[in-house]
Design a protein around this ligand. Structure first.
Ligand SMILES: [Fe+2]
Length: 219
């Protein structure tokens, strides 16, 4: 028992010192490239970009057209900015998001769980950025579906640039460790750039969440 404790202790100590060394290295590197932000890694578009766009493609995914019943799920206010590598906001960027509904069904004819699709959830939305580069969507907190941890797909279209696609993940979701697309990003800082807090909004009576995901483009 005491031998085991010793082993654990020395293991912890090594980890701690290693962490310190890493932090020191990161600190000096950050000084050298202070003006460069971590670029958001590209991720696959995947197979479920809508194959038939909904009639309503606005930035409120909870209400389709004039429906009275909203889509089911944990209401999330998703915001962020589209930036270039120096942190300058990009105006006129078309931001598209798509995600499965609360039952794991996409707005796609090949989606799993199609027979349980929530017809009140828009599943897809668009936003054109203004001079601040800011976008806003009202949507739901993403849920897992077979083989994937929760994520929201993004496509960002900037004139004269190649379309940029990525995926945004929920911080501390246990599924992230098993998600092969998430794990394909090896650099922890790049991975962090894809992972955001879905934080409760204080005083919200219906448990709304706020999430902020900035997209830093390279070109
Ligand atoms: Fe997906």
């Amino acid at each position: 028992m005491s031998a085991m404790r010793t082993v654990l202790k020395s293991g912890t100590r090594r980890g701690f010192l290693g962490g310190l060394a890493w932090t020191a290295a990161a600190f000096s590197v950050r000084g050298a490239f202070a003006e460069e932000l971590v670029r958001t890694p590209r991720q696959t578009e995947g197979p479920f970009y809508p194959d038939h766009l909904p009639l309503d493609t606005d930035n409120d995914l909870l209400i389709v057209n004039d429906a009275i019943t909203p889509g089911v799920g944990q209401v999330t206010h998703l915001t962020g900015r589209i930036l270039d590598a120096r942190g300058e906001p990009l105006r006129g960027a078309l931001v598209e998001i798509w995600q499965c509904d609360n039952n794991g069904a996409y707005l796609h004819s090949g989606s799993g769980n199609a027979n349980r699709r929530d017809g009140n959830f828009q599943g897809f939305g668009r936003f054109l950025t203004g001079s601040t580069g800011e976008y806003y969507f009202r949507t739901i907190k993403p849920v897992p579906y077979p083989g994937r941890s929760p994520h929201i797909h993004f496509a960002v279209k900037v004139p004269k640039q190649e379309k940029f696609t990525t995926q945004c993940y929920v911080k501390n979701d246990p599924g992230n460790a098993r998600d092969f697309i998430y794990q394909s990003v090896r650099d922890p800082k790049q991975r962090d750039a894809l992972t955001v807090d879905f934080a409760p909004i204080p005083k919200s009576t219906i448990g709304e969440l706020a999430a902020r995901f900035d997209v830093v483009l390279g070109g």
